[in-house]
Design a protein around this ligand. Structure first.
Ligand SMILES: Nc1ncnc2c1ncn2[C@@H]1O[C@H](COP(=O)(O)OP(=O)(O)OP(=O)(O)O)[C@@H](O)[C@H]1O
Length: 262
């Protein structure tokens, strides 16, 4: 079976993926996000201080309405915080104007969504290449070929999304997200629409991208079995950090969620 290419490393390292062990890919400081005003105001994030480690798979979990999507959207530059700071790859997002924020997203982050968000009229190959085409950047064709092979898409590249299974569509979305070697891949419920076999496949690929490519992945999930693929699980409750689990089993995650008392 083909492996993802190992990243180039300088010096000796025992770290999978070759990234420095404590490097931080993204961080938030005193992050607050409110929606609405007055009595109708909702404090979706209520002072979140978080560090996302590089070359790790971090899962964000918590009850419905606890702020998971809002946190991910603020980290990815898709939503603007009410106060506090967000930085990704050393770039402080608060200082960026709209155009610069769009460029930041194009150049530094990749997205995998629950609903795949592929363009139905384009082939799988065209979908994978689209973000780089929009950015006017030449793809790394070696990486393209390796992603296509590892993700088992070689005989599906000329198919359009309606001709692909959910698992295949999500694999196309993963190739699209990984092709540009983004600093962080954000995956929002990436297995929410998949059966258990396709879910395991997709999670296995995300895991391998971390271990073999040194990719940083942040994933929002409701599923303890999905969270068990993570290096670290961050628990949210009422817009605040409520705990962290390191390399938990699915049972550990179930117990921790139950312990939130919601
Ligand atoms: N655009 C918005 N306008 C008003 N309130 C919002 C908006 N987006 C989110 N909220 C509120 O902010 C809170 C956090 O929402 P968020 O979607 O981040 O939670 P979540 O943990 O991702 O929930 P779920 O698991 O149900 O997707 C909720 O109370 C939600 O109703």
């Amino acid at each position: 079976m083909t492996s993802f290419p190992r990243p180039r490393t300088s010096g000796t390292t025992l770290e999978p993926g070759g990234a420095s062990p404590d490097a931080i890919a993204a961080r938030t400081r005193a992050l607050v996000k409110t929606y609405g005003r007055g009595d109708a105001q909702v404090r979706a994030l209520d002072g979140v201080d978080l560090e996302i480690e590089q070359a790790r798979l971090t899962a964000i979990m918590g009850p419905s309405g606890s702020g998971k999507s809002t946190l991910m959207h603020c980290l990815a530059g898709l939503d603007t915080p009410t106060s506090g700071e967000v930085s990704v790859a050393g770039i402080s997002l608060g200082s960026l104007e709209d155009n610069a924020l769009t460029r930041f997203r194009r150049e530094h982050v990749g997205f995998v969504f629950q609903a795949y968000n592929l363009i139905p009229t384009l082939t799988a190959r065209q979908n994978v290449l689209l973000p780089l085409e929009l950015a006017n950047r030449e793809p790394d064709w070696r990486r393209f070929d390796q992603l296509v092979e590892v993700l088992g898409l070689a005989d599906r590249l000329t198919h359009r999304p309606p001709e692909l299974s959910g698992g295949q569509q999500q694999r196309v979305a993963i190739a699209r997200a990984l092709l540009s070697s983004p600093d962080v891949v954000f995956a929002d419920e990436p297995t929410g629409n998949l059966d258990s076999r396709s879910s395991a496949e997709v999670l296995g690929f995300l895991r391998r991208s971390v271990d073999e490519l040194g990719q940083t992945v942040v994933m929002v999930t409701h599923e303890p079995t999905a969270a068990a693929y993570a290096d670290r699980v961050v628990l949210l409750r009422d817009g605040r950090l409520a705990g962290t689990l390191v390399r938990p089993s699915a049972d550990d995650v179930v117990a921790a969620i139950a312990g939130l008392g919601v």
